[in-house]
Each structure stands twice: as structure tokens, then as C-alpha cells.
Design a protein around this ligand. Structure first.
Ligand code: SF4
Length: 137
């Protein structure tokens, strides 16, 4: 019998879940330890097709820092994280970059983009300066 213990990360309560493979159940699993229905969804998804939000950095030039924080715009399958990192590690961007700007579109055909987690202007100017710069054109 396939059983997995895990902690639900959907809310701060962090219920300790036990997810049991159960062929007689409609979902194929039985979940115990959850205090709400979201724990059931989380536990089953973790067993059947786990996904993650990926946060990392890419190289940036012409900015006050060397790395730009980036993240996925949604979750991607856990088994694609390594491949995604290989692609992300090849990317180099140039300031200015605006928060939310797409750095890699539809990474690995997941329908999820890699986007900037913050704005970075050239030569350490802050976000307010950047907004002013863009408005003025
Ligand atoms: S099962 Fe519900 S209450 Fe428990 S951690 Fe998950 S979301 Fe929160």
C-alpha cells in the first residue's frame, strides 16, 4: 500500500497529512489529518502530479547588482524543475527590467512564464526612479 506523510502548505496551519493510495476511492487516494478540503486536494496533487513555484535568479548586466530575482508565473511540474533551471541559467538580461516582465515565455511548454520578481534600473536607481523614467519615456 502506497502511503506518504506530508505537511500541507496551503495555509499556515500546516496540517500533517497522510495520503494513502486507495483504489476503491473515487480519487484513487484517501487523505487523513486535513482540517479542511484544501488539504485533500493538496495531498492528492502531491501524490499524483506534484508542482512547484520556482524562484531563482538570472544574470543581469548594467544594473547595480549582478543577479535579477525571477520566479515562475504559476506552478510547474516538479519533475521539470531541473530542466527549467538549466534553461534559466543560460539567460542573461540587461537593465532596465520591470517587475513582472517576462524573462522566458512558456518555459518547457508548461504555459508558465519566468518573470522578474523585482524591477532593476541601470546603476542602482530605485523603483520610484524607474517608474518616473518610464513615464517620461
Ligand atoms: S488542510 Fe486545510 S487547514 Fe490544514 S494546512 Fe491544509 S489548508 Fe490549512
Amino acid at each position: 500500500m502506497e502511503v506518504k506523510d506530508m505537511v500541507c502548505i496551503v495555509c499556515p496551519l500546516g496540517c500533517k497529512l497522510k495520503v494513502i493510495k486507495n483504489d476503491t476511492s473515487q480519487t484513487g487516494y484517501t487523505v487523513e489529518g486535513n482540517k479542511c478540503f484544501r488539504g485533500v486536494d493538496y495531498g492528492i496533487k502531491e501524490m499524483s502530479s506534484p508542482t512547484r513555484v520556482l524562484t531563482t535568479t538570472v544574470i543581469i548586466s548594467d544594473a547595480s547588482v549582478k543577479r535579477l530575482p525571477v520566479r515562475t508565473s504559476g506552478t510547474i511540474p516538479k519533475h521539470l524543475i531541473k530542466q527549467a533551471m538549466e534553461l534559466i541559467n543560460k539567460v542573461e538580461v540587461k537593465a532596465p527590467i520591470i517587475v513582472g516582465q517576462v524573462i522566458i515565455k512558456n518555459i518547457l511548454d508548461t504555459g508558465v512564464d519566468i518573470i522578474a520578481s523585482r524591477s532593476l534600473y541601470q546603476d542602482s536607481k530605485d523603483e520610484e526612479t524607474l517608474k518616473g523614467y518610464l513615464v517620461q519615456g
